[in-house]
Design a protein around this ligand. Structure first.
Ligand code: SF4
Length: 309
């Protein structure tokens, strides 16, 4: 691999003699909502030595969840497993049955729901109050959609695909919102389809800017690199979507959770690598991935250097 002078705005050309040019997207690491939730959980663990729990992983990053567990924040997914002094609600909310069970066990409930999610739910309620039949473009089973459905019942329908939207019977005034972490393209396509079928449509863009900006950066970055490394939890939907953008452009794309997953053979013939990360990926994992990429580049450079000496 030989270096080339690509320059993406906010690109970082890394030192270290690597032949791989590593181009970092501008937006990396925790978004504001994830950072807030992690800090609230850490503070809860310090304040409540008798035990802190979350319902499922607080965020979709096993390494961060592991560190939180070490700090005293345990994960449970069973109502009868709820115990301890405090319960931290994740950034995307949690069902009322869980909250009620935690409160019934005397746990202090600490609400780390992201304000962007809370605002999206408020806008959804407003549309319903204004008489719109509400459609939410989102992932079935995602906590943000589950809690919305719990609050609005039959007054909201969650759709994930254009096919699901096409199967809906649409009557009267139609309102559409999106799960905050949805794919911009999916939202755009479903809204476009619905617009052609109804007389009155009100669309409220509830996509989180922290997510859309990364997807827009991915659209640019994939045109400028030979391979893309996306760093983040394998269960993180927003991280997975970044990888999907790379693959949709037929770009060699590698979604890794940790640096140890990177294989040197992936980068044979690769001159520049783009690095992106999901909103729940901590900076220390990104730094380790970049360090490993530098090592791989340096190792590929070494035989060529020895041939010319
Ligand atoms: S991605 Fe957006 S909505 Fe989700 S936690 Fe982060 S800031 Fe909140």
């Amino acid at each position: 691999m030989a270096p080339r002078g690509l320059c993406y705005p906010q690109a970082r050309k890394l030192a270290g003699g690597s032949l791989v040019e590593i181009i970092m997207a501008r937006h990396q690491g925790f978004c504001g909502g994830v950072r807030r939730a992690v800090e609230m959980a850490e503070a809860a663990a310090r304040a409540h030595p008798g035990g802190v729990q979350t319902w499922g992983p607080l965020i979709h990053n096993p390494q961060v969840v592991g560190r939180l567990e070490d700090a005293g924040v345990a994960v449970t997914e069973a109502l009868d497993g709820l115990r301890g002094e405090a319960f931290v609600v994740s950034a995307y909310g949690v069902e009322h049955a869980v909250l009620d069970a935690a409160a019934a066990r005397g746990m202090k409930v600490i609400d780390a729901t992201c304000p962007v999610v809370t605002r999206s739910h408020s806008l959804a309620h407003k549309l319903v109050e204004e008489g719109y039949q509400l459609i939410a473009v989102g992932d079935h089973g995602h906590p943000e959609m589950v809690t919305l459905k719990e609050a609005l019942g039959d007054r909201v329908t969650v759709v994930h695909t254009r096919e699901e939207a096409a199967a809906l019977k649409l009557r009267g005034k139609i309102g559409v919102i999106s799960q905050t972490t949805q794919s911009l393209q999916n939202f755009r396509e479903i809204v476009g389809d619905i617009a052609l079928r109804v007389k009155e449509l009100k669309v409220v863009n509830t996509l989180c800017p922290a997510i859309t900006v990364r997807q827009e950066e991915a659209d640019v970055l994939v045109e400028r690199v030979d391979a893309l490394v996306v760093v983040g939890g394998h269960g993180s939907s927003n991280t997975t979507r970044l990888a999907e953008i790379g693959r949709a452009h037929a770009l060699p794309t590698f979604h890794v959770e940790v640096a140890a997953e990177l294989r040197p053979e992936w980068f044979a013939g690769v001159r520049s690598v783009g690095v992106m990360s999901g909103a729940s990926t901590p900076n220390w994992i990104i730094a380790e991935v970049v360090g490993r990429l530098e090592e791989i580049g340096a190792a590929m450079e070494a035989p060529a250097a020895s041939r010319t000496s």
